[in-house]
Design a protein around this ligand. Structure first.
Ligand SMILES: Cc1cc2nc3c(=O)[nH]c(=O)nc-3n(C[C@H](O)[C@H](O)[C@H](O)COP(=O)(O)OP(=O)(O)OC[C@H]3O[C@@H](n4cnc5c(N)ncnc54)[C@H](O)[C@@H]3O)c2cc1C
Length: 477
């Protein structure tokens, strides 16, 4: 077949040009490539509102990058299958390539898509790239899926040298031109009236270039001390790469390659590199768990937790969402999330534990809020993490581990920098009382201009009572 007929690269959550196996395959025979992104009204995994903001900027960056190479990012709206058929009819395209997706709904959608395209005589191929390992590549000696992280990761590390090197942007890439394309602003991905995402911009540079700069900066300037520093939310020790990874602007293979280089130059020491890579491993493990347990976002991984007596208290959920629980470390995290689109991992654990165990609100309500507000919202990592905190997940924290939001604040935010940043109404309190302002003597509250119940809420539950009640409910299961 003539190689002048184009190949379509269907972009989804892989908005980059380097280390892109599907792009490399699309142009391998010298075919001109149609770079297509479809705004599907019924996507397999709908994005949350925060992530739609990111998508707008990431598509803008990708379009500019493709234009620099002399091409066009074609934007179309409609069911993916219909749009593909239209583009094939308009251009005579004979191949469609895409990066493999791993959530149950996306797998189902892509299987149907592939079958239909093949029935039309189109070569349809999915390609690897999102993870270091395919979920079917890692198994116990008896061939069953791992349920515990440590042996899973050990098995991954044993195969790490088989991970193929990251691919460059293909050279000699040519493009099919001048196709009608939607105007991105018409898709309404950015919030307007009110623009609640206004605070996001200073923190992020969506797009492949932003991702690579962030990775370089992290490895050269911040990763030293990661193993210990990563638990302290006020410190700039973590990479903040998760939204880039989630949108596929960067691959774990690229992280691995850069990390190895940074180890050689001495920018990152062994202990920090091992810890950082293991965190990337948790991302792999979450995707792996979801692949092997498709019900993970909906159903307790350990069925004994199914009858847990959740409380139906919408006002508690709202107080938590708004950062008005009266527990400063929880409130700081929830406000950081609202204002920046992310929350530090340590505080995610504390805030999630507070919702589930102190308030006994169903973990699915927290998962859903995180899905809507996190820029890195990921079906697998979000579900695996919520179930981990709830105690009902694979390899989960034991149910009796109830984070104490007062001692956690003292331990992980000892100087109160993080709490003062996000809960400024408490900024003038001495460090000692920042984790539990209601314990401060009246004179100290007054000096700090804190009026409990007015400028800052009273705690919505008493820690000791809430802990006892949660333990009793869990024990009764
Ligand atoms: C309740 C809860 C919900 C979460 N929801 C998500 C989510 O929707 N999407 C998401 O990407 N992460 C989620 N996480 C995991 C973790 O909090 C974030 O990945 C991390 O905070 C991202 O920051 P970073 O990029 O600076 O991480 P770094 O510490 O720099 O780690 C590097 C990368 O490793 C991965 N990673 C790190 N920790 C974890 C983890 N515990 N689980 C899975 N991957 C991890 C991320 O891709 C991250 O970018 C959740 C954690 C909790 C407790």
């Amino acid at each position: 077949m003539s190689t002048s007929r184009p190949a379509i690269l269907l972009f989804r959550n892989d908005l980059r040009l380097s280390d892109h196996a599907a792009l490399t395959a699309a142009c391998a025979d010298g075919r001109p490539v149609i770079c297509l992104f479809v705004n599907d009204p019924r996507p397999a995994d709908p994005m949350g509102a925060a992530q739609r903001w990111w998508l707008h900027l990431s598509l803008t960056a990708l379009a500019a990058q493709i234009e620099l190479l002399g091409g066009q990012l074609v934007l179309r709206s409609g069911p993916t299958q219909t749009v593909l058929s239209q583009v094939i009819a308009e251009t005579g395209a004979v191949e469609v390539h895409w990066s493999r997706r791993y959530t149950p709904k996306a797998i189902a959608a892509d299987t149907v898509l592939k079958t239909r395209l093949k029935a039309q005589g189109i070569r349809a191929e999915s390609h690897t790239g999102r993870y270091l390992f395919e979920p079917w590549q890692v198994a116990t000696k008896s061939g069953t899926p791992f349920r515990v992280f440590t042996p899973f990761w050990r098995a991954c590390l044993a195969q790490l040298d088989q991970v193929s090197p990251a691919l460059p942007i293909p050279s000699g890439l040519t493009f099919h031109h001048d196709l009608p394309s939607d105007d991105l602003p018409d898709w309404g991905l950015l919030p307007m009236r009110p623009n609640w995402a206004a605070g996001f911009a200073p923190h992020w540079v969506p797009g492949e270039a932003g991702a690579l700069v962030r990775l370089d900066h992290f490895l050269s300037a911040r990763a030293q001390g990661y193993a210990d520093g990563r638990d302290f939310p006020a410190e700039a020790r973590v990479s903040n790469l998760s939204p880039h990874l989630q949108m596929g602007e960067l691959t774990p293979r690229q992280i691995l390659a850069s990390l190895r280089r940074a180890e050689v130059t001495g920018d990152v020491g062994d202990r920090d590199a091992t810890k950082f890579l293991a965190e990337v491993g948790w991302r792999e493990f979450a995707a792996y768990l979801l692949y092997h347990t498709p019900s993970l976002p909906e159903a307790e991984f350990q069925p004994k937790f199914v009858p847990f007596p959740w409380r139906d208290t919408p006002s508690d959920l709202v107080a938590w969402q708004r950062g008005q629980t009266g527990y400063p470390i929880v409130d700081a995290g929830m406000r950081e999330l609202w204002q920046t689109g992310t929350m530090h991992n340590r505080v995610r654990m504390i805030a999630a534990s507070f919702l589930i165990k102190h308030l006994r609100v169903n973990w699915r309500a927290g998962l859903s809020w995180f899905h809507d507000t996190l820029l890195d919202a990921d079906v697998a990592s979000n579900a695996a993490s919520w179930q981990w905190v709830a105690g009902c997940g694979a390899d989960a924290a034991p149910y009796f581990r109830i984070f104490n939001p007062i001692t956690q604040a003292g331990k992980f935010d000892p100087n109160g920098t993080y709490i003062r940043r996000w809960v400024p109404e408490l900024a003038a309190l001495p460090d000692k009382y920042l984790g539990a302002p209601w314990q401060a003597p009246a004179a100290i509250l007054s000096d700090a201009k804190v009026i409990m119940g007015t400028t800052y809420p009273h705690p919505i539950v008493d820690h000791a009572n809430a802990r006892t009640a949660a333990l009793a409910a869990f024990k009764a299961l």
